[in-house]
Design a protein around this ligand. Structure first.
Ligand SMILES: NC(=O)c1ccc[n+]([C@@H]2O[C@H](COP(=O)([O-])OP(=O)(O)OC[C@H]3O[C@@H](n4cnc5c(N)ncnc54)[C@H](O)[C@@H]3O)[C@@H](O)[C@H]2O)c1
Ligand SMILES: [Zn+2]
Length: 342
């Protein structure tokens, strides 16, 4: 909880020389006072380093501004960088922490569902290159991830929902109880009810932490997190990252992958129906009818996760379990796309 941040940082980062906060103007306006109180900062302390967030700002240039501030303030190796924001800010400021003086300690205070359940956990930090997303980065584990669902109350409904699609993903890949809880409490989750969100977020964190502990560098198990992402990434790419929030693209990707799994006899029609019904209940996704199927197919082949030419698909076998399939052919992908109206 943010109210206890000072003690939590002290416990997780012994002998810290100082705390430097990085946030964005938007997030700081909404949650700065709570963070200042939680960290016990006073008027004499340095203010936060504020840089823009949003995917467009996730660049070396923005990260450079964080470096500039650290140098200008004479920040030393024993300092702790506390980043307050969504996944963009966490990745970007995390990369700054990984590179400044060859690495200073990092604390995440994630403020979106995506950041609380995914990006703040696992140690991947980085920025985009002009020619591709997340092409520059490092592994830098945070000393502390301070999750407080109360901060999610200021998210737009669409932003909240986009994050919750990936929560459903965690249920499908790793936890039938989580999936059931999503079914039971979805209305409260969509309302941003912190009581309902907390147990769900905690379970997602546990799943992500478990997966990345077993496979920090994405050699095998970590790939299950990409359920829904092969087609999801392709949909984002062909719509120039403008039409769909990432989570929305993943929702479409999960529906398509689920249909492919049924077609291959891997999972049951009833489970496909249950997943589709839950996703549909969460609200309408932006319309994608009319997108060029051939362009989507080409984009799936360009995905970063293509290994030695084989298209890896994570397909569900039952709620809570998946399998990796490397021989999904074009006809099957077309079938999956047809089920989402393409
Ligand atoms: N490192 C990883 O393992 C990992 C995993 C998943 C995603 N990511 C990265 O995360 C990024 C996406 O993160 P995101 O979805 O959090 O997007 P984001 O950081 O761009 O935040 C989305 C928007 O919400 C605003 N915002 C943040 N917190 C808010 C709050 N509490 N109230 C109101 N508005 C708030 C931000 O200002 C921004 O406009 C992508 O760049 C992706 O690559 C990284
Ligand atoms: Zn994702």
């Amino acid at each position: 909880m943010i109210a206890d941040l000072r003690d939590a940082v002290a416990a997780a980062c012994p002998a810290a020389s100082r705390v430097v906060v990085v946030s964005s103007p938007r997030v700081w306006t909404l949650h700065g006072p709570t963070v200042v109180a939680g960290l016990g900062l006073s008027a004499g302390d340095d203010g936060p380093v504020l840089v823009n967030d949003g995917e467009k700002a996730k660049t070396m240039a923005t990260m450079g501004k964080v470096h500039d501030a650290l140098v200008a303030r004479g920040v030393d190796r024993k300092a702790v960088l506390v980043v307050v924001g969504g996944g963009v800010l966490g990745d970007l400021a995390g990369f700054a922490a990984a590179t400044y003086l060859r690495g200073i300690r990092l604390v995440h205070v994630p403020t979106t569902v995506v950041a609380q359940t995914d990006s703040a956990i696992g140690g991947k930090v980085g920025v985009n290159h002009r020619l591709g997303k997340n092409l520059l980065g490092a592994f830098h584990q945070a000393s502390l991830v301070a999750v407080d669902p109360a901060v999610l109350s200021t998210l737009t409904r669409r932003e909240l929902r986009a994050g919750l699609y990936e929560v459903v993903k965690y249920g499908v890949i790793a936890s039938a109880p989580l999936f059931a809880r999503c079914q039971d409490t979805m209305d409260a989750l969509l309302d941003g009810d912190a009581q309902a969100l907390l147990p769900v977020i905690v379970e997602c964190c546990a799943i992500k932490a478990d997966v990345v502990t077993k496979d920090e560098r994405e050699d095998g198990l970590r790939r299950i997190l990409n359920f829904g992402h092969t087609i999801g990434h392709a949909l984002e790419a062909v719509t120039q990252y403008k039409l769909l929030r990432h989570g929305e693209a993943v929702a479409y990707g999960m529906k398509a992958a689920s249909a492919i799994a049924v077609a291959r006899g891997l999972w049951h029609e009833d489970e496909h129906e249950a997943l589709t019904a839950l996703l549909d209940r969460m609200g309408p996704l932006p319309a994608i009818a009319g997108l060029d199927v051939d362009a989507i197919l080409a984009a799936t082949r360009r995905d970063k996760k293509v290994i030695a030419g084989a298209l890896h698909f994570i397909l569900p076998t039952r709620i809570g379990e998946t399998t990796t399939v490397t021989d999904v052919d074009e006809a099957q992908v077309r079938h999956g796309l047809a089920t989402i109206g393409l």
